[in-house]
Design a binder for this molecule. Structure first.
Ligand code: DLL
Length: 422
């Protein structure tokens, strides 16, 4: 679709959306009334900047169903994501929402070239989390044979992958890494499996991690992005060129705003991703700030798609650590470790405060194939990691090498930071 046609479609959908929420959701009506904004003031997608933002706090304040725009009898599914604090962020879908969700996930999987010849092992969690069921219906829609195994139970994952000949694995990148590393322990090797592709997401992962997973599994790995507030997986996905994720912008209108001022930023500038759900009925969200950091690019992709692209997400603004005044994202550590390639990619960061000074300790597992007995070698390796981190992020980090498999594995989203300063 040409840019002008897309703007036309987005404009039409935005006007309808604003009408609808003004009429049906007191929260939006009050917010718009407070700034003297009428639905008729929104005439095109350019007018979106006039609308107020929505935040996770607004969802919390209206827990559980206060932002729903339709009566409960039209809601046919409920999902939720558990945050670190308090009540789960709860969302509801109408029948039509589920149709659109299926459509966008199937588009995402098509970008990865997944189709009727594939056997897809969905190892995202099934349940309130959107990963399992979201991937499931999209995979059926493209005609893949779906194995709804859900997350966890590593032995069984590998057994079925081998027995059923799975060609696609869908799970978090951290779980994909764990599954790959666990193969020898359960008596499997790459020759037992037929995996060709991975569709990984639900947590930040670096480009280096993508390369690592492709090497370990001998597959092509793709990035799927989404959040329950907006829909679930399938808000965007990368194609075989891996030059950002194509946003399904006919349904989810993206903006990037300055993290402090909320000012909309231009193409190519990094900031917080904000989405407006142009077609959602159950719980439409206007200018929802995801806190995920990204950049938008409008140039047509070599794959031929004209959909706007968002840069691979390497962190959320609320994941950013400030250590002695230096801003640090865990993904920067991951990048350095994988660049060096001398340890495993399993790591943990511990932040402490001693005598009013922030300290950072990195625990990283030794690579099984590179185990060494000499203390001198280990000291030399940790010194080199320390040095590489120092030159990459400008912080001195205490590096502790730990034994393979000693860091807790996650079956869903990985937890890699323990901040003990609070
Ligand atoms: O994680 C939905 C999902 C499931 C996406 C399966 C992809 C695959 P939530 O639990 O609501 O929903 O968490 C959403 O996870 O705001 C990002 O911070 C992060 N996230 C999701 N996908 C990616 C990704 C699902 N591909 C939050 N890269 C989002 C980086 C991601 N971060």
């Amino acid at each position: 679709m040409s840019r002008s046609k897309m703007r036309e479609l987005q404009s039409k959908r935005l006007c309808e959306l604003v009408e609808r929420v003004y009429k049906n959701v007191p929260f939006y009506r009050e917010k718009m009334d407070a700034i003297g904004l009428k639905p008729t003031d929104i005439k095109s997608i350019e007018d979106i900047a006039k609308l107020p933002f929505t935040s996770k706090q607004d969802l919390r304040d209206n827990y559980p169903f206060g932002l729903f725009a339709v009566p409960m009898k039209e809601i046919v599914r409920i999902h939720a994501s558990s945050g670190t604090t308090g009540k789960p962020t709860t969302v509801g879908y109408t029948r039509n929402d589920l149709e659109i969700w299926k459509e966008v996930v199937s588009r995402s999987f098509s970008m990865c070239g997944i189709g009727t010849d594939d056997v897809m092992q969905v190892a995202y969690g099934y349940g309130l989390f959107t990963g399992g069921l979201g991937a499931h219906y999209g995979a059926e829609e493209v005609g893949a044979s779906v194995i709804p195994i859900s997350g966890g139970n590593t032995r069984r994952q590998l057994q079925l992958m081998s027995d059923y000949g799975s060609t696609v694995l869908a799970c978090t990148p951290s779980y994909a890494l764990h599954l790959a590393d666990a193969m020898p322990e359960y008596g499997y090797s790459l020759s037992d499996i037929k995996l060709k592709k991975g569709v990984f997401g639900a947590e930040p992962w670096t480009e280096n991690m993508r390369i690592e997973l492709e090497k370990k599994w001998g597959i092509r790995a793709y990035d799927i992005y989404g959040l329950s507030e907006i829909m679930g997986p399938g808000v965007s996905n990368d194609c075989e060129h891996h030059v950002g994720l194509h946003v399904h912008e006919d349904h989810f209108y993206p903006e990037v705003v300055h993290p402090e001022t909320n000012e909309p930023l231009s193409e190519g500038e990094e900031g917080e991703l904000v989405f407006t759900t142009l077609t959602k009925e159950g719980i439409p969200l206007i200018r929802y700030n995801t806190r995920d950091l990204s950049t938008l690019y409008f140039e047509k992709c070599s794959c031929g798609r004209t959909l706007v692209r968002m840069k691979k997400i390497t962190g959320r603004s609320d994941d950013m650590l400030i250590i002695r005044g230096v801003n640090l994202f865990p993904s920067q550590i991951e990048h350095v470790l994988l660049d060096m390639g001398e340890t495993s990619a399993h790591y943990m960061l511990y932040v402490d405060r001693h005598n009013n000074l922030d300290t950072l300790e990195l625990q990283v597992e030794l690579d099984e194939s590179k185990l060494t007995d000499t203390i001198k070698d280990l000291q030399y390796l940790s010194k080199r990691i320390q040095h590489a981190l120092n030159s990459a992020i400008g912080l001195s980090v205490k590096v502790t090498l730990v034994e393979p498999k000693s860091i807790a594995r996650s079956e869903g989203k990985a937890v890699r930071v323990v901040d003990r300063r609070k």
